[in-house]
Each structure stands twice: as structure tokens, then as C-alpha cells.
Design a protein around this ligand. Structure first.
Ligand SMILES: [Fe+2]
Length: 415
């Protein structure tokens, strides 16, 4: 593989720039699949509660490698590459389910839940003819494995032998929000996936970018759900690799700037805008801290979301250089009462791809993708708050989250 400098040269302004070719160059995409997704990262696989019993599984793609997350008989969790050692066939293809054994449909090679090869049909041939030679050893032909660690019921896997422990990777500075959101056993309320016509990094920039959140989503600004003039912060973890942005809706001061003609939220297009059914934004202060939005990311592609009373995990899967897929798991807590579940599901309409927020985020990524494809030597400009990748409290007028993402990206890509 070419080293990073042979792939391309990063602009001299550093992470205040992202060169447009990273969204459209197939060679860069190929390098990302190996250097990032096979590299020194932890990748979200799912929730422990999704696979409670031995044989329960969920599928995930780590970059472009299919992976099985599987509950073993000893109670542990295996993460196995979803690929038979014989011909490379995917062993499982339903997104989730239960199996009593891991048997390939193609030639019925059989594996245990640790990924060890247990049986090869016709290994001894028929009537002493054919079959495997004496040199074939089952132990040489198991499934490839990922290392697994969990934090508060969230399961992560890695191909790396030397990435640091998961908690350190996620950022000890940010663990307080993991503890806060994953404070009790979750209950899955539903799943959906959203196909994005944009390179995977464009969505992840968006999720790391509170700057857009009160501007692009003008209706939410108009409804005073999220404004920079509220109390809030962007907290950075692990030297910029991961971020948490939060705000307290009821602390807004000076928000009239959003009603000015400098913003779409103040423009005539939204005159008279309001909700016919305000119950869609009804909420309660779940954690007693008044925080109404908390978006946390883990490099390269994981989001833990709390917006009002909606909780979700999002994991972003690259689908070729110009596309990506966002997998959502919508959550409540196991001990929720029905009225709480009702509120979570109703508010989910504000955020998911059939609602507003994620529809807008998906669309704007595709506008960037279409805008930049012919000019890979040009670059985006991310100068809000200089070149800081540090925590900022009292203001969120910073692009530190996106610069932090590219700090990690450059380190792993060696560019
Ligand atoms: Fe957004």
C-alpha cells in the first residue's frame, strides 16, 4: 500500500481544512477501509440486550467487512468475521436472529460460537476415495475474530491488537455522558436505516458539528429547541478524537439574533410557523440536569444521541466512496412506563429520516457531495474558534469537533 504522503498531501493549514478529494477519491476510500476500519479503532457492534441468549446474533459491517456479534454458551460475546473459511461465503445474512450452530449454506462447513471449525462434510471422502489430505488441520481454518469489549451494555469490537482499552479510547473525559445516558438497562423501541448519498465522512462531520445544528434546522431554532444562546458546551475527549456537545433549552438568553434576517430561522419563510400539535415536543427532565440535547461521538462512526427524551445509537457504514448508510437503534429504558415510551416514540418523529433533523442532515451531505466532486484539490474551510480541538464551555461557536475528527483521521491515514 502507498504510504499516506503518496496518496495525497494534506493542506498546510492543517485540520482547519479538509481536502475535497477525501470525499470522492476511490484510492482514499480503499486506504480508509484498511487504515481506519481495520486499524487502531473500536467499532460499535450493538447492545448486549440485543443478544440475551446463547446463539442470539446481530450482524454489523466494520468498514466493508461483515461481522457477526454472537452470544456464546459461556455468556461471553464473540465478534467473528462473517465469512466461511472454505470459499468466503457469508455464513449469516439475516440482520439478526438465533442460530444453534454456525453452518455455511454452501458446503455445510460447521463452526462453534468461538469460530473454531468443527466439521467438514466428506472430510474422509467416500469409500476411502477423495476427502481431505492428512495435512489438513481444522484448527488452521477457523473464522477470523475481533476483540470485544463492552461499556454500559454497548458492545464494541476491533481488529487491532494494540488499540487501548475501550474506556480510554472513548475518552475518560466523556465517560460521564455514557454513564448518564446508559444509566439503566435499555429497551429497544425500533430500528431504521437511512441511506445517504454522500461519503461517510460528510455525515460524521455533521454529527460532530454543532455549528450547523441551530442554523440548518431552522424550524428547531424557531421553536427554541436548540440555540447557541442557550447554556452549552462542546467537550472533547482523547485529544480531540471524540466529542460531546450539549445544551440546556430552558436557559436561552439573547436568542433574538435567530429572529433576525441574518438567519433562515428569522426569515419570512417561517412567518407564522408553529406546531398544530405541540405534544410532539412534550418532554420531561429525565436526568434532572436540564440538558435537552447531548450528542456524543466516537471516532470514526458512532453517535450516542439524547435529544429531549429520545435516545438512540447511530452507526455509520461506508457504502462505497459516494454513499453511506446510517443504522439507527431507537431506545428507551427497560423500566419505562407506557407514557414515557409514548413520548419517546412521538419525539422520534422530529429526529429520524422521515421527520426533520436527519432528513435535513442527509440532504445537506448530498449537496456537499455533488458540490465538490470535480475539485478535489480545493478544500473546506473550518476556522470557527481557530484551530482549537479543545473543550469549549459557555459557547458552542467552534468547529473543534470536526477538526478533532480530522486530527484522528490524519493520524490513522498518515496524511
Ligand atoms: Fe443536524
Amino acid at each position: 500500500m502507498a504510504d499516506g504522503a503518496e496518496l495525497f498531501r494534506w493542506p498546510e493549514e492543517g485540520v482547519r481544512r479538509a481536502p475535497f478529494l477525501v470525499y470522492s477519491d476511490p484510492a482514499v476510500y480503499e486506504a480508509e477501509m484498511s487504515r481506519i476500519f481495520r486499524g487502531r479503532i473500536w467499532h460499535y457492534l450493538g447492545l448486549e440486550i440485543e443478544i440475551p441468549s446463547p446463539g442470539d446474533y446481530r450482524l454489523m459491517d466494520v468498514g466493508d467487512t461483515p461481522v457477526i456479534m454472537l452470544r456464546r454458551h459461556d455468556g461471553g460475546i464473540s465478534a467473528l468475521v462473517n465469512r466461511c473459511a472454505h470459499k468466503g461465503t457469508m455464513l449469516l445474512y439475516e440482520p439478526s436472529g438465533h442460530v444453534d450452530e454456525l453452518m455455511c449454506i454452501y458446503h455445510n462447513w460447521l463452526y462453534d460460537f468461538e469460530g473454531n471449525l468443527r466439521n467438514v462434510p466428506f472430510a474422509k471422502g467416500i469409500n476411502g476415495k477423495g476427502g481431505l489430505g492428512p495435512e489438513f488441520r481444522h484448527c488452521d481454518h477457523g473464522l477470523d475474530r475481533l476483540r470485544v469489549e463492552t461499556v454500559n451494555g454497548l458492545v464494541f469490537g476491533t481488529f487491532s491488537a494494540n488499540v487501548e482499552p475501550l474506556r480510554d479510547y472513548l475518552g475518560v473525559e466523556l465517560m460521564h455522558n455514557f454513564e448518564r445516558v446508559a444509566c439503566r438497562e435499555f429497551r429497544v423501541l425500533g430500528y431504521y436505516s437511512q441511506y445517504l448519498d454522500s461519503n461517510w465522512k460528510l455525515y460524521f462531520e455533521n454529527a460532530s458539528d454543532p455549528y450547523h445544528a441551530t442554523i440548518l434546522h431552522a424550524w428547531a431554532t424557531r421553536l427554541k429547541l436548540n440555540r447557541f444562546t442557550m447554556e452549552g458546551a462542546i467537550e472533547m475527549g482523547r485529544g480531540g478524537w471524540n466529542h460531546l456537545s450539549w445544551s440546556r433549552m430552558l436557559t436561552d438568553s439573547g436568542g433574538e439574533i435567530y429572529d433576525s434576517a441574518e438567519f433562515r430561522s428569522g426569515g419570512a419563510a417561517l412567518d407564522g410557523f408553529g406546531l398544530h400539535d405541540p405534544s410532539v415536543i412534550e418532554q420531561w427532565d429525565e436526568h434532572g440536569d436540564g440538558i435537552t440535547t447531548a450528542i456524543q461521538t466516537a471516532f470514526p462512526n458512532f453517535v450516542l444521541q439524547q435529544i429531549h427524551n429520545t435516545i438512540a445509537t447511530r452507526v455509520l457504514i461506508p457504502r462505497g466512496v459516494g454513499g453511506s448508510e446510517l443504522l439507527w437503534t431507537v431506545l428507551g429504558y427497560a423500566d419505562d412506563e407506557d407514557w414515557q415510551t409514548d413520548i419517546r416514540l412521538k419525539q422520534g418523529n422530529l429526529i429520524g429520516p422521515a421527520g426533520y433533523i436527519s432528513m435535513e442532515d442527509g440532504m445537506v451531505g448530498s449537496l456537499v457531495q455533488r458540490g465538490v466532486r470535480r475539485d478535489g484539490d480545493k478544500a473546506s474551510v473550518m476556522e470557527l474558534d481557530g484551530d482549537s480541538i479543545e473543550t469549549i464551555v459557555g459557547s458552542r461557536a467552534s468547529e473543534c469537533g470536526v477538526r478533532g475528527f480530522y486530527t484522528a483521521y490524519r493520524e490513522l491515514m498518515e496524511v
